[in-house]
Design a protein around this ligand. Structure first.
Ligand code: FPP
Length: 247
């Protein structure tokens, strides 16, 4: 099997971690067991991305729509999240990982927010991979929130509407300061974006795999990266233009 070219790994990898429930159902287990196994996969993939030198890893851990799930499942997911963040901070320090959260933090339980803040503060000085969890996150909500932020600046007389361009809009999103994803992986065979990073994924390569998130591992990640490395990213240009640019 070809080895990975370290110079052509995605700078920013985004992941829709899907299929925990189906993984559990197939094994006649409760959905929460699937989520527990999913957290183990999170640990493995965070470590591996950091080891490979990925600069930005963004994981869709809880969508704005996930609040509609049965109360017991939401509660269990929040408890898992809290435990993951608490248990992982030491490892993040070891691996120089900086921790970050995007989404509507006000919706999250207060005790979860306390853990998130502690991890963000503790890892703020790290310079390795930026690990971002999207929590109570929705792409459309994020775009509306950016528009609102800019409208408030205009209304206050601090911003000329003519100065609003793609760059400024991008910086007004929750992901301001983070380059856009180069690769999006979605597990479990669904081929949708599901309101994840709608603006930021404009030019990302999309990779879908049938593997459920609890079964996704280092080997599956390497397969996704190899697939990415075999692609030609043209950003609207022709192949000839790209080749000339490289010469
Ligand atoms: C999708 O499985 C998974 C989620 C709802 C979010 C991902 C959550 C985890 C991996 C666990 C918690 C995360 C962290 C970072 C601690 P699903 O329930 O939609 O699966 P299904 O589509 O098969 O039902």
């Amino acid at each position: 099997m070809d080895t990975l070219k370290p110079e052509n790994l995605p700078g920013h990898l985004a992941v829709i971690m899907d299929g925990n429930g189906r993984w559990a159902k197939k094994r006649m287990l409760r959905r929460i067991v699937g989520h527990q196994k999913g957290v183990e996969t999170v640990r493995v993939i965070v470590d591996e991305c950091s080891r490979l030198g990925i600069r930005y890893l963004t994981l869709f851990a809880f969508s704005a729509e996930n609040w509609l799930r049965p109360k017991t499942e939401v509660k269990a997911l929040m408890a898992l999240l809290k435990k993951y963040v608490r248990d992982s901070t030491a490892r993040m320090m070891q691996n120089d990982i900086r921790f970050n959260v995007i989404g509507k933090r006000a919706d999250l339980p207060a005790d979860v927010n306390v853990e998130l803040d502690a991890a963000i503060q503790k890892t703020a000085g790290n310079r390795g991979m930026l690990l971002t969890l999207a929590l109570s996150y929705g792409g459309r909500q994020e775009i509306v929130s950016a528009a609102k932020k800019l409208a408030i600046e205009v209304q206050a007389g601090r911003l000329d509407p003519e100065a609003i361009d793609e760059r400024l809009f991008t910086e007004s999103l929750f992901t301001g300061g983070i380059p856009e994803p180069d690769l999006l992986i979605r597990t479990s065979g669904e081929m949708r974006i599901s309101n994840f990073l709608l603006w930021q994924l404009a030019y990302a390569e999309l990779y879908f795999t049938e593997v459920n998130w609890p079964d996704f591992d280092k080997n599956q990640l390497a397969i996704a990266f190899r697939n990415y490395q075999a692609r030609e990213r043209r950003f609207g240009m022709t192949s000839d233009q790209l080749r000339q640019g490289q010469e």
